[in-house]
Design a protein around this ligand. Structure first.
Ligand code: FAD
Ligand code: EPU
Length: 338
């Protein structure tokens, strides 16, 4: 059912109040197809919504906000692992924990990432040394222009750090309906990420003896110690991507800042934007109801439930300061609408 003039505040974890001209919650592919047909007839732009944990609403949306609530989860055992087929509206963290409880490894590093499965391929979600692409097999999406179902393999998706074809050539052209993941029976714990390494060293736990549940527990503990729970403190996770810079800029910065946190990325270097923002003095900053989280400077918070333009103004001030202090350009991670 299409509703008119709907408040989107309950549908984004930044709790920004903004209205959608039209809104539809689709729980079946047929409802999705009908909603797309309506948008086509009315020539409306579409805002697909999952958990709303990676968007910033900068004003009212003059089109159709389409909540993708398709449900269904299926585990298909195979000789070399398990195939998981999950509908777009299933909750990501619950899927991770289901797989961990069943003893399957592969998703445990991605525990506690908010949001739904349908959004996971958009930016190739990643955490603690693992990305969606590591277990991704294929997805089914509905073409916005026709309602036709199309399959995308991992190669088609062109996954990269916080990136996929759905943010580039295929932007706004598809609604993801279902994702298939393959968890391999020959699982090995991925615990090279510094925070995880530290955790298991401190706990004197042998890496070889770890189970997927041990890793999930560690990831949940680390995340809870620094990332704000959006239910308590409105936020959209990391507000900026970690910038990838060339070797000459990296060398210059490292010379000036011996403590600089950076990871080699081929011939380039990925810098910890949170470290830069922290060093620039922004961690814990609060003004007029918006601010920077006091335990993770990469996360902007909106405890005052302020409007998107206030959040964006703070982000611009931070990005300008980082540009001036370090010569590094920060790009936002969440998508801004409209
Ligand atoms: P939404 O915010 O609803 O949508 C995100 C984008 O995807 C929008 O452009 C939307 O239009 C589009 N979209 C949503 N569903 C569909 C669909 N079915 N078809 C087509 N397009 C769709 N991300 C990480 O990668 N790693 C992290 O560790 C991480 N930690 C986070 C921690 C916190 C506290 C928060 C608040 C966010 C974090 N995020 C992280 C970001 C966010 O959780 C992920 O990007 C997640 O995949 C977003 O899911 P969602 O359902 O909330 O998407
Ligand atoms: N750091 C600081 N001060 C801060 C924040 C970070 O010094 O205020 C330092 C940390 O001490 C650490 C380094 O920066 O040495 C990296 O910090 P952290 O491990 O917290 O990770 P991050 O690079 O800030 C990225 C992702 C997160 C993901 C974590 C774990 C991006 C943009 N963010 O954050 O993803 O959960 O790594 O893998 O890549 C998200 O995308 O929304 C998100 C939360």
């Amino acid at each position: 059912m299409i509703q008119k003039d709907v408040d989107l505040q309950p549908f984004n974890t930044m709790t920004i109040a903004a209205r959608a001209k039209y809104f539809c919650a689709a729980t079946t592919r047929e409802e999705l197809r009908e909603a797309l047909a309506f948008a086509r007839e009315q020539q409306l732009p579409i805002l697909p919504l999952g958990g709303g944990s990676n968007i910033v609403l900068t004003g009212d949306f003059p089109g159709l906000a389409l909540h993708v609530g398709l449900q269904g989860l299926d585990f298909e055992p195979q000789s070399d692992g398990v195939r998981m087929r999950a509908a777009a509206g299933e909750n990501w963290h619950q899927l991770v924990m289901r797989s961990v409880e069943m003893g399957h490894g592969g998703l445990e590093n991605l525990a506690l990432i908010p949001g739904n499965i349908g959004a996971a391929p958009i930016q190739n979600i990643g955490a603690y040394g693992v990305e969606l692409k590591d277990t991704f097999e294929e997805l089914t999406a509905m073409e916005v222009a026709t309602g036709r179902l199309v399959t995308f393999t991992a190669e088609d998706c062109r996954f990269a750090y916080r990136d996929s074809v759905f943010k580039n050539t295929e932007k706004d052209r598809y609604i993801i309906c279902e994702v298939v993941l393959k968890l391999s029976a020959s699982w090995q714990p991925q615990v090279a990420y510094p925070a995880l390494q530290q955790h298991f060293a401190q706990a004197s736990q042998e890496v070889d003896a770890l189970t997927p549940a041990d890793v999930a527990r560690a990831v949940i503990g680390i995340r809870n110690s620094k990332l704000p729970n959006p239910v308590e403190i409105p936020n959209a996770g990391s507000f900026f991507k970690n910038p990838v810079v060339d070797a000459s800029l990296y060398s210059r910065l490292k010379e000036q800042n011996p403590q600089l946190v950076a990871f080699a990325a081929g011939e380039h270097w990925k810098l910890a934007a949170g470290w830069l923002i922290d060093q620039a003095g922004w961690r814990g900053f609060q003004k007029d109801g918006v601010g920077v989280h006091d335990r993770q400077a990469l996360v902007l918070v909106n405890p005052g439930h302020r409007c998107g333009s206030q959040v964006v103004a703070l982000a611009q001030d931070i990005a300008l300061d980082i540009q001036q202090k370090f010569g590094v350009t920060l790009e936002p991670e969440p998508r801004f609408y409209p």
